[in-house]
Design a protein around this ligand. Structure first.
Ligand SMILES: [Zn+2]
Length: 254
């Protein structure tokens, strides 16, 4: 497989721009306001086009809105940068393939979930639906109709499985145990990974959330933990390490 340096650089910048757009959408969509995309959160002043260039505009304005001097979170810039890196690494590891497309989709969805779930405690429906359709479409293109149907059914099965777990959890704990957004996110896992690997990634995501859960209860933080970011990290890890996990499973279930 031939890896081209120009493509690596190009994908890095595509990742920066796409990540930046996804962060803005994840910040603004939950507010359900119109004419918002290119304006400051704080003073509503519209930005000029060059003030919207990812990373560059942040460095030029030293992390503040040029009009009201409100500080822009460094976290978003870091997320954006990681997005660019993951696009490039996706290409380095997988070349032009279904895996690269999946990495791009997973990265953008992860960025949106990190932002919207940490900030507003919501997992937005729009990106989930959009990226679900995309992933199913590319599965059909790369692997054919049969794989498409299997992936679709896997997602629906995981959805029903999660509804059953929530029903059980609600009975036991007498409160809402799993958020609706998390259940829909789990369905997306089914589309990407199939049933078995989805369950593994859900378990992994829960393990990742465990230290935060302990911290929240010890520090008596009176907030619920945003579960989505941990779940999507679990999905990402299982997707990247799919081959070793599959061979491990085949040893166990021999
Ligand atoms: Zn401002």
């Amino acid at each position: 497989m031939l890896i081209d340096v120009y493509t690596i650089i190009l994908l890095f910048f595509v990742g920066l721009i796409a990540g930046y757009l996804c962060i803005i959408l994840a910040l603004k969509l939950p507010l359900r306001k119109k004419e918002y995309v290119n304006a400051c959160d704080h003073c509503n002043h519209k930005y000029k086009w060059y003030q919207l260039i990812p990373l560059f505009s942040y460095l030029m304005s030293r992390g503040r809105c040029p009009y009201c001097k409100n500080r822009i979170s460094l976290m978003y810039v870091i997320l954006d940068f990681i997005c660019g890196l993951l696009f490039s690494f996706g290409y380095i590891f997988y070349g032009f393939s279904y895996e690269l497309i999946a990495i791009i989709i997973l990265t953008l969805l992860a960025v949106m979930i990190y932002v919207s779930d940490f900030k507003y405690y919501v997992i937005l429906d729009e990106p989930l639906i959009f990226f679900s359709i995309l992933i199913l479409l590319f599965k059909a293109i790369f692997f054919g109709f049969k794989t498409f149907i299997i992936s679709l059914c896997s997602g629906l099965l995981i959805f029903i499985f999660m509804l059953a777990i929530r029903w059980l959890g609600n009975k036991i704990f007498k409160q809402d145990s799993i958020g609706g957004g998390d259940i829909k996110l789990a369905m997306f896992f089914g589309f990407v990974l199939g049933v078995r690997l989805s369950i593994i990634s859900l378990v992994l995501g829960s393990f990742l959330a465990f230290p935060s859960a302990i911290y929240y209860s010890l520090a008596k933080v009176n907030k619920e933990i945003p579960f989505g970011p941990f779940l999507i990290t679990g999905l990402y890890l299982v997707f990247v390490f799919m081959e070793p996990i599959k061979s491990f499973l085949s040893i166990i279930f021999k």
